[in-house]
Design a protein around this ligand. Sequence first.
Ligand code: SF4
Length: 477
Amino acid sequence: MQVKFILPALSESDSPFWRPIKYSLFPPLGLATLAAYLDPDDDVKLVDQHVEELTLDDCPDLVAIEVYITNAFRSYQIADYYRSKGSYVILGGIHVTSLPDEAILHADSIFIGPAEESFPRFLKDFKNKQTQKKYSSVIRTIQDLPPVRRDLIKRNRYLVPNSIVVSRGCPHSCSFCYKESFFEGGKSFYVQKVDSALAEIERLKGRHLYFLDDHLLGNPKFAESLFDGMMGMDRVFQGAATVESILKGNLIEKAAKAGLRSLFVGFETFSPENLKQSNKSQNMDKDYRKAIQRLHDLGIMINGSFVFGLDNDNTDVFKRTVDWGIENAITTATYHILTPYPGTALYKTMESEGRILNRNWDLYDTRHVVYKTNLLSASELEAGYKWSYNEFYKWSNIFKASLKHDSLKHSVKHLFYTGGWKKFEPIWNFIIKTKGLNHMLPLLETILAKVVKKPANKEKLEITKKQQSLIPNFESY
Ligand code: SF4
């Protein structure tokens, strides 16, 4: 049987002439996971349109497409095309789960929720020519997954080919997050067997790993055993966790000892009213600065996530948020315009209040305003969002933030990581075009090497007049 797995390019990333590095970071692990359920003699292709051309001159027996909100329209076009040629087309993913009635018009079968159990069920039906229109996830477990088909992944096209997922979902329920709708009707947070996760790690070449789990510390018992098992593996890794989990117990120390070097943290907002609107109780009354200090003391870099446009935000939110990130030496900041994704609690609330202004899914990319705002106008919000990115990633502010660290080595790492991430897009574009991303991995591993902190009497680095004079004026770069 010929099978083609496709991840269509997101609407914001589809220029063949300009490929920002963030679209060449991770391979489509979900599709490679499902491919593991096929027979060894099936002819399988996996095409990620973010990093390669999608050719349409074939007619596979089965075409499986992963649908996100901003690739939905493109996914439907591809699906319609292959169906017209006679292929059997299945659609799955977050957007299909949120809007099954929309997706079903473009597919022979659709998948609701995670597909680890429903996809093998479908394959059996497909072979017996008894397929159903809709496959919903019934049993939720990832305890006995077959090894991910990493042989289908073109490693040299990605900066981070060693991405890995050891859990599904998250123990929290933020109102703007897809998590609740994707896992509706069953368990919404579950983990792999520790031994299987460690075996998967052992299979990955090189030192660097990126855990794509929504919350790597979400199940402390599992995380502790995982980190214990990783001691001595000589790995460096990145992941995501909440403010609460950083402050609680000593799990974060264990993670650092096992090789955690950079963490994505959803700070989102400083306003208690906004946290309440977001149902983000795990951030409520938590000392963000203390969490940051703890990460800095452990030599862990921080990618802070912030949302603009919650109902209590007004025009001063942008400067306050950017200044705070610089002052607290956040390594990279990810800003988002609040986006009410279909299926989320936020969407339902806004829809009931008549606040959804736009259902063009291509614009649901967290850069556009698609709902009726409260204290800010839509144009203020979009302008403030753009200003925040430009301001945070000015060379002078990158230098300023990096010099806030206690150790010179940490400052240098900060500078290289942030500068490398945001200031050299033309070089990244060239490397992507020449398919050389994989060669950059040793550099990333070096930047993520451990910072050994001096125990006492360390002088806090201040920006002296002399250092300030060394800051180049690259704003117009
Ligand atoms: S903590 Fe993150 S992953 Fe979990 S529900 Fe909130 S936004 Fe989603």
